[in-house]
Design a protein around this ligand. Sequence first.
Ligand code: ZN
Length: 220
Amino acid sequence: MVSQTVELLKNEIPLEQESVVLAEDAVNGLVLVDIINGFCTVGAGNLAPRESNTQISGMISESARLARVFCEKNLPVMAFLDSHHPNKPEDPYPPHCIVGSDESNLVPALRWLENEPNVTIRRKDCFDGYLGSIQEDGSNVFVDWVKKNKITTQLVVGVCTDICVLDFVCSTMSAKNRGFLEPLENVVVYSRACATFNVPLEVARNTKGALAHPQSLCIM
Ligand SMILES: [Zn+2]
């Protein structure tokens, strides 16, 4: 389905695809974006999938595989967890991932990361993990993580591809280009370990106020 979509897009916009092969020792940081129950576990909350979904389950298993490789090599991993205060809603979304609820915890396949010494967990209350890393004293947990671990190439995976992953990567690229993130040079989004939600056109047409969001079109 994705390759069919890519072929259609190639006829409409200047889109080029090529594979990127990364040397194993070139990547020295892994960022996991919002791989939490509230977005990934069936029936876990207002923004959780309503039925099992192969793109999401594939994203979880591929992310867990990568996390295991990084932990075995004692390489730095950063996990963003969407976590909202009950009195601070996140428009335009319904209440989700409230602090202290299981919605805002890592999915079962990744929960073991909480006990790994090389993993930094950052709870954030906005889409963008870069902005969500700013602390009250003005310091930035993500920037400090990059600098302390001397990360030059980081891999980014998680959900949603076109919201929290995209926002985080755009902010990171801008900050990098402005010189705030040295020594970071490369930001790589691994699409097979990313996923987003699905509202097909036919469902949106029959649901008042809903906007279509076809999952297969929204992968980077
Ligand atoms: Zn949120």
